[in-house]
Design a protein around this ligand. Structure first.
Ligand code: PDD
Length: 287
């Protein structure tokens, strides 16, 4: 039976319970992280814990656990579930209190849950690329917080799914912001361009690794707003995310991106990214 964490305790999945007045359930009043696990080891753990802490600070929820305590708990969770390749999902909410929009007064204990899920690398999609649609970004203006409130994101993703596509690329006015659950990067004349990490997008950890790899490998990076026209004219388009890694986008709204095959810069970055995973988590056999 799968083991999960509820408020610091390991319990069987079937016994895990959260109160119906948990503010995460009623208001989406909480934050989360998704961490990749390769060979039983967490990839970019420190970065995820840092972003988790920042999201908690942004909504004024106390941390409940130190980074050290979280590290120990999550490692034990991996071991108890014998997880090799997959993800850890964890979330913290403001806790249980009688329903009222205002934050509860006094010392309410935040609710913390975490679980693992086996998930192979999306090898076929990484090789062949995926299709995307364009959709207006209807979300709020604090997309930098990894909030449980994901209605805008899931509505966008559902539109993509209904069109037989992997991702929905969102835009505000002429500016391309990010995917429904990923960051979007374009390559134009060998320059990698992506939206700056402000309050309109999530500062993706995969994206940050890629930008760092670009810089150390003499690939020019521009973190600036780019337009729908630039997206349409791009030599290459790819997305980054914890689960999707560095995923080529080969078609947008039924129109091929250049020749409709993954581009050379994207390929190079996939290689460099795989090496980075191997550095932290050991050998990968399936790409
Ligand atoms: N999604 N932007 C959004 C809106 C996201 O939801 C995600 C990740 C990203 C990429 O961030 P990172 O590289 O740190 O995973 C960007 C996660 C995986 C999810 O919700 O499942």
């Amino acid at each position: 039976m799968a083991q999960v964490i509820v408020n610091g305790n390991f319990v069987d999945r079937s016994e895990a319970k959260v109160d119906i007045e948990d503010r995460g359930y009623q208001f989406g009043d909480g934050v989360y992280e998704v961490i990749r696990v390769y060979n039983g080891k967490m990839f970019t753990l420190a970065e995820h814990l840092k972003r988790f802490a920042k999201s908690l600070d942004s909504i004024g929820v106390s941390h409940a656990y130190t980074e050290q305590q979280l590290t120990v708990m999550l490692q034990e969770l991996i071991e108890r579930n014998s997880l090799k390749t997959g993800i850890i999902y964890m979330q913290m909410t403001r806790g249980v209190a009688p329903r009222n929009h205002a934050y509860p007064a006094g010392d309410v204990q935040p609710t913390f849950v975490a679980y693992t899920k086996g998930m192979e690398r999306p090898v076929e999609n990484l090789k062949n690329g995926v299709k995307a649609i364009l959709t207006e970004d209807i979300r709020w203006l604090r997309c930098d917080i990894k909030s449980l409130n994901l209605l805008g994101n899931i509505m966008a993703k559902q539109k993509a799914v209904l069109s037989g596509c992997y991702e929905a690329i969102q835009y505000r006015g002429q500016a391309v912001t990010e995917g429904s659950s990923s960051n979007i990067l374009i390559v134009n004349k060998d320059v990698v361009i992506t939206h700056p990490s402000d309050q309109r997008i999530l500062k993706g950890i995969t994206k940050e690794v890629i930008l760092q790899l670009c810089r150390t490998n003499q690939i020019t990076v521009e973190e600036r707003v780019f337009t729908l026209d630039e997206l349409a004219d791009a030599d290459e388009v790819f997305l980054t995310s914890t689960t999707g890694e560095v995923m080529p986008i080969i078609e947008i709204d039924g129109r091929k991106v250049k020749d409709g095959v993954p581009g050379s810069v994207t390929r190079k970055l996939q290689e460099l990214f795989s090496k980075e995973i191997e550095k932290q988590c050991g050998p990968l056999y399936n790409l």
